[in-house]
Design a binder for this molecule. Structure first.
Ligand code: GDP
Ligand code: ZN
Length: 462
C-alpha cells in the first residue's frame, strides 16, 4: 500500500486553549519526524519504533534555550489518525511554553494546520468517509449521552454502511437494465425492464424514507429540543427551572463571543435533551419583580419546539396569562398549573375548551409535587421522537438530510417517468442521479468547496 503522504506537514495545539496539566502539540505529514527531531533533544525520533512515547526536551536550535521537558509520541503511517506520520508532543501545559513549542515547529518546517485539517486528511487519505468525519464533530459537540451514542454509532460507519447498501441496490438495477438492453430477443423486454425498475425504485425509496423518518429525532438528539419556559412574573419559572437543572446536572455552554443572553443550557428529562431558551432572562431577575414582558416571551416562544406555559393555580387568570395562552396557540405546549400547594383560585373552564386535559399538568415547584408527572409528560410527547434502542442509525446532519431528500425526489422522478411510459434510458438518468446524490453523503462523490466548508467547522487541532 502507498503510505507516503501527498500533503505537507502540519502542526497545531490539539488541546483546548488555556492552562492545563498537559497540552498536546500535534504534527502530521511526511516530514513530521524530521521536523520534530530538529527541536527535540533525546532519542532520535526517526529511529525509534512506531507507537512509542519518548522522553526528552524541546530545545530552540538557534540559541540552545531549553523550552520545555516533554514526552513525544511517535506514530508512523498508516496506523494513525490521519494515516500519515504523526508526532504528538506532550508539554507541561503552560500557555507560553506550549505556544513556543508550536512556534519552533512552524519555523522549522511545519505549517499551521487549518481547523479540522487532521480529520480532513483522515478523510482524504481514505481512513474515514464523510459521515464519519461529521460524526467526529458531533462527538466533540455532543450534549447528552444519547447524542454521543448516536455519534459513536455513526463513527463506526453504520450510516455509511446503510447508504452503501442502498447504492449497491441501485447499481444492480442499472446493471440489469443494461443486460436487458443487450438481449432484446425476449419479446416483453420493455415491460420486464420497467417492472423491475419500478420495484427497485420503490424498495430504495422506502429505505430512504425510513432514514429520513429518523431525521427529526436525530435533530432533537443533536441540538436538543428547543424549550421555552414562559409565564407572568412570580408564577414560578425560576423555581421550576432550578428544579430541573438541579435534578439533571444541566450542561451550560457559553457561546463564545456573545453576551450572557445566549447562554445555552441543556437538561435531560428522561433522556429527552431540552435546550432551554432564554434562561438568562428567567434567572437574572430571581427574587426581584420581573420586568420580562410578554414581548420578550414572544421571541422565545417563536424559537421553541416546546413551550412550558406556567399559570398560577392560586390566583385568578390575568390578561397577561390570556395573552400568553394566545401567543402559544399552535405550539406544542404544556400548561403547567403551579403552586397547587396553595388554595385554588384559578378558573380554567374557558381554557379547557381549547387545551386537551392531558396537556394540563398541576405541580408545585415548591414541594416538587407533580414534577415527576411533568417529566413523564414531556417524555411521552417525544416518545415517538426518541428511539431508545442503541443500535438505531439516525440521520441528524442537515447536509445528509438535504441529500437524502434530493435522492428521494430523484426516485419520485423515476416512478413518474415509468408511469408516463418514458423511454428507459431517460429513467436511467434519474436513477443514476439518485445514486450520485447518495454518494455525496458518504463522500464517494464530493466537491472541494464542500470539504472546505465542512471541515472549517471543526476546532483547531482536530
Ligand atoms: P418567576 O418570577 O416566574 O421566575 O417565579 P419564581 O420561581 O421566582 O417564584 C416566585 C415566588 O413564588 C418565589 O417566592 C417562589 O418561592 C414562589 N413559588 C414558586 N413555586 C411555588 C409553588 O409551587 N408554591 C408556592 N407556595 N410558592 C412557589
Ligand atoms: Zn424568575
Amino acid at each position: 500500500a502507498n503510505t507516503t503522504s501527498e500533503f505537507d506537514t502540519i502542526a497545531a495545539i490539539s488541546t483546548p486553549p488555556g492552562e492545563g496539566a498537559i497540552a498536546i502539540v500535534r504534527l502530521s505529514g511526511e516530514d513530521a519526524l524530521p521536523v520534530a527531531n530538529r527541536i527535540f533533544k533525546g532519542r532520535d525520533l526517526q529511529k525509534v519504533a512506531s507507537h512509542t512515547i519518548n522522553y526528552g526536551h524541546i530545545v530552540d536550535p538557534d540559541n540552545g534555550e531549553v523550552v520545555d521537558e516533554v514526552m513525544a509520541s511517535v506514530m508512523r503511517a498508516p496506523k494513525t489518525y490521519t494515516r500519515e506520520d504523526i508526532v504528538e508532543i506532550n508539554t507541561h501545559g503552560g500557555i507560553v511554553a506550549t505556544n513556543h513549542v508550536l512556534q519552533l515547529l512552524l519555523s522549522h518546517g511545519a505549517r499551521l494546520a487549518e481547523p479540522g485539517e487532521y480529520t480532513k486528511r483522515a478523510f482524504l487519505n481514505g481512513r474515514i468517509d464523510l459521515t464519519q468525519a461529521e460524526s467526529v464533530m458531533d462527538l466533540i459537540r455532543a450534549k447528552t449521552d444519547r447524542a454521543m451514542q448516536v455519534a459513536v454509532n455513526q463513527l463506526d460507519g453504520n450510516l455509511s454502511h446503510l447508504i452503501k447498501n442502498i447504492r449497491q441496490e441501485i447499481l444492480d438495477a442499472l446493471a440489469q437494465v443494461e443486460v436487458n438492453i443487450d438481449y432484446p430477443e425476449y419479446d416483453d423486454v420493455e415491460t420486464m425492464t420497467s417492472k423491475m425498475l419500478r420495484e427497485k425504485a420503490l424498495a430504495v425509496k422506502n429505505r430512504i424514507e425510513q432514514l429520513l423518518a429518523t431525521a427529526n429525532q436525530g435533530k432533537i438528539l443533536r441540538e436538543g429540543l428547543a424549550t421555552a419556559i414562559v409565564g407572568r412574573p412570580n408564577v414560578g419559572k425560576s423555581s421550576l427551572l432550578n428544579y430541573l437543572l438541579h435534578e439533571d446536572k444541566a450542561i451550560v455552554t457559553d457561546v463564545a463571543g456573545t453576551t450572557r443572553d445566549v447562554i445555552e443550557e441543556y437538561v435531560n428529562v428522561r433522556d429527552v435533551p431540552l435546550k432551554l431558551i432564554d434562561t438568562a432572562g428567567i434567572r437574572e431577575t430571581q427574587d426581584k419583580v420581573e420586568k420580562i414582558g410578554v414581548e420578550r416571551s414572544r421571541k422565545a416562544i417563536q424559537q421553541a419546539d416546546l413551550v412550558l406555559l406556567l399559570l398560577n393555580n392560586s390566583e385568578p387568570l390575568t390578561q397577561e396569562d390570556q395573552a400568553l395562552l394566545d401567543a402559544t396557540k399552535g405550539k406544542k405546549r404544556l400548561l403547567i398549573l403551579n403552586k397547587t400547594d396553595l388554595p385554588v383560585k384559578l378558573d380554567l373552564s374557558q381554557v379547557k375548551k381549547t387545551v386537551p386535559q392531558q396537556d394540563i399538568v398541576p405541580i408545585s415547584a415548591l414541594t416538587a409535587t407533580g414534577v415527576d408527572q411533568l417529566e413523564q409528560r414531556i417524555a411521552d410527547l417525544f416518545a415517538g421522537g426518541i428511539d431508545n434502542s442503541q443500535s438505531t442509525t439516525l440521520v441528524s446532519n442537515a447536509r445528509q438530510i438535504g441529500l437524502l431528500k434530493q435522492a428521494d425526489q430523484a426516485l419520485t422522478d423515476v416512478l413518474n417517468g415509468l408511469q408516463a411510459d418514458m423511454p428507459v434510458d431517460l429513467v436511467q438518468i434519474d436513477m443514476t442521479h439518485c445514486w450520485d446524490l447518495l454518494g455525496e453523503i458518504t463522500g464517494e462523490a464530493y466537491q472541494d468547496e464542500l470539504l472546505d466548508q465542512l471541515f472549517s467547522q471543526f476546532c483547531l487541532g482536530k
